[in-house]
Ligand binder design. Structure first.
Ligand code: HEM
Length: 610
């Protein structure tokens, strides 16, 4: 018999006589509370008129939302259920909403963003990881104040100045690939994910922090330790989900000795997760603190010119942040612990691969309640994941690789020489590379969805009206009641046929080319009505509004530059195994049939100089 609340209660009454009195009373009380609570959720649903997917189990939508194999559930949401769908909470909690409607997204992310907050669990988790209140842990005016200092470090000019640093690192990637390919036959198979993880860590270390982890040196202990910490901290943190609701209040707890005592006490539990979590945080924090102290010492000794003499010429993002913070008015300045927390956050990348040099990979995280996991997921996807997606896609399309190579060759010839390095603007003026970049980031959005929760009842407008199946009534606004979990479907919005046309699910870089492509990329949400409020060509990939990704230019420049170098030197072919992208905390690639850890095997051939 299927399990229903109405079949469960009679069965329970049959069982009661066989149980001891206290157990029976406890069970009966528990059942009554559950029954009443579920009944209340169902009766009081403000979303009766909205349709949505049926949860695949009585436990409600959470398992579907986080199903590692469930990417299609997200991709199909809007096509099957419209731009606002209701998610059934089942026994686990109240209903939630899944939103991809452009006007509603604009209200949630831009106009009424203060009404739609990220979770305190997320704020607490990142506050602990980074030992302070960085961007991820603050709201409202404090968030605004920090963004005012952080945003200027990501301007086009600042990012374009990082180009030589980016080339230095990418040449190390090239040297490492060349060493692997030397004396090997054409089409030698390489796990490109491992190389791209090293590349992106080194790019953010040098470009973001002004530091090197010597990531391409297979004996670098600092790389191995930091890489272990940064790859493990979120998966391990997600195992601590029972503690997450208390982390934010623990961080503020007085007296301090009690706070420290509790932190120490959990490490004595017969459970390795708290110890490992602490170890990962304690591995990363001293690196950031040391870098800040070094910059401070240099600045105090010799001012900005001393910083400019450092290895990065003072161009790394943290030196710029440090300087502008130092020069800001006293009441606008961030304290040191906040700068350190933002170093962690800004430099946070989301490595996809397992710990390449460690004996065992961090365990895949169990499904977390959405409020923990989705915001963690939504915070930032790695450029290493995005880059391996590009390479695995190009490996399937030799003719597209050839066209991209032709474009790069023509651009080189235009420059009048053999110079392979392009500056920021030259890279941006390559229409096919740009189109491939946009189309891949549209169709394979690294962050599938993000999570918000209403702090007050709020009415949002709808671009695509909702039709009540029962009454036929059509509404073009939606009341989202206080406390509702709202999932913003970034991938689903990027694939909506109503927004992008009938071929929305196809990989068609040409849509971004020519006049039509230019119009598509530059249309504004206000101007065109149906456009999404995203930062990047109105796509939702990097989100939009005050919490949109400040690292967008960094990421796109990095992706284009690494691709340009790789395409000029190598050709890529698919390996015998397909790549299966699973929805863990981030989208994680596995080689089909290989469960040993994330991998992207591709056949690589070194090209003759041409
Ligand atoms: C392809 C690569 C990337 C993607 C797809 C991406 C996407 C996102 C998304 C969707 C968010 C919003 C999360 C939320 O509100 O729940 C975000 C936030 C953020 N990202 Fe990125 N990101 C990428 C790369 C980067 C890079 C390279 C950096 C730094 C150099 C960066 C720094 C940040 C920061 C600091 C925030 C927090 C902003 C805030 O809370 O105000 N991201 N990113």
């Amino acid at each position: 018999m299927p399990f229903t609340t109405s079949s469960f209660l009679p069965r329970l009454t049959e069982l009661l006589p066989q149980l001891s009195l206290p157990t029976a009373c406890a069970l009966a009380a528990f059942s009554l509370v559950c029954y009443k609570t579920i009944g209340r959720w169902r009766r009081s649903s403000p979303y009766k008129h909205i349709s949505g997917p049926k949860a695949s189990s009585k436990l409600g939508y959470l398992l579907d939302l986080h199903n590692p194999e469930g990417l299609d559930w997200h991709f199909q949401m809007t096509e099957k259920h419209g731009h606002v769908a209701k998610l059934d909470g089942g026994l686990m909690g109240p209903e939630a909403l899944y939103v991809t409607d452009p006007a509603a997204l604009h209200a949630i992310l831009v106009k009424d963003h203060d009404m739609f907050r990220e979770s305190t669990e997320f704020a607490g988790l990142f506050g602990v990881i980074h030992h302070g209140d960085g961007l991820a842990s603050v709201y409202g005016d404090e968030h605004k104040k920090q963004r005012k200092l952080v945003d200027p470090i990501f301007t086009t000019t600042r990012i374009s100045r990082l180009t030589p640093l980016f080339y230095n690192v990418t040449r190390q990637l090239q040297a490492s690939l060349n060493a692997d390919l030397a004396d090997k036959p054409q089409g030698h198979e390489i796990d490109i994910l491992d190389r791209l993880v090293r590349t992106t860590l080194e790019l953010i270390a040098q470009g973001g922090l002004g530091h090197t982890f010597n990531s391409f040196d297979h004996n670098s202990q600092e790389f191995m330790d930091f890489h272990w910490a940064i790859t493990s901290v979120l998966p391990i943190g997600s195992q601590l989900f029972l503690f997450l609701p208390y982390l934010q209040s623990w961080r503020r707890m007085e007296p301090v000795w009690l706070r420290r005592f509790l932190a120490q006490a959990v490490t004595y539990l017969p459970w390795s997760a708290p110890r490992e979590f602490k170890k990962a945080c304690d591995t990363m924090h001293p690196v950031y603190q040391k870098l800040l102290d070094e910059k401070k010492e240099l600045y105090e000794g010799g001012g900005m010119s001393a910083l400019e003499e450092s290895a990065t010429g003072g161009k790394d993002l943290m030196t710029i942040l440090f300087k502008s913070n130092w020069e800001a008015a006293k009441d606008e300045r961030m304290p040191d612990d906040v700068v350190v927390a933002n170093m962690g956050y800004v430099s946070r990348y989301r490595p996809i691969s397992a710990r390449a040099d460690q004996s065992s990979p961090p365990p895949p995280s169990p499904p977390l309640p959405a409020r923990h996991r989705s915001v963690v997921h939504g915070a930032q996807e790695t450029t290493s994941g995005a880059l391996s997606r590009f390479i695995s896609l190009l490996a399937l399309k030799p003719e597209l690789q050839a066209r991209l190579r032709d474009e790069l060759r023509a651009a080189r010839e235009n420059k009048g020489g053999d110079e392979e390095d392009f500056d920021f603007h030259e890279l941006n003026n390559l229409p096919l590379l740009d189109a491939v970049c946009r189309e891949t980031l549209r169709l394979f959005t690294p962050v599938t969805f993000v999570w918000r929760q209403t702090i007050e009842d709020t009415v949002v407008p709808l671009q695509y009206p909702i039709r009540d199946e029962a009454t036929g009534k059509v509404t073009n606004e939606l009341l989202i009641t206080k406390g509702t979990a709202v999932y913003l479907g970034l991938a689903a919005a990027n694939r909506s046929t109503a927004i992008w046309g009938a071929d929305a699910g196809e990989f068609r870089p040409e849509r971004w080319m020519g006049k039509a492509g230019h119009d598509l990329a530059s249309a504004t949400a206000e101007g065109k009505g149906t456009r999404l409020p995203g930062l990047y060509s109105n796509m939702m990939t990097f989100l939009g509004g005050p919490r949109g990704c400040p690292g967008m230019r960094f990421a796109v420049h990095e992706i284009k530059l690494v691709l340009a170098v790789l395409l000029q030197s190598y050709s890529f072919e698919r390996s015998a195994q397909d790549i299966d992208w699973k929805l863990y905390i981030t989208l994680t690639p596995y080689a089909e049939g290989d469960t040993s850890g994330p991998k992207v095997p591709v056949k690589v051939t070194m090209l003759e100089k041409h």
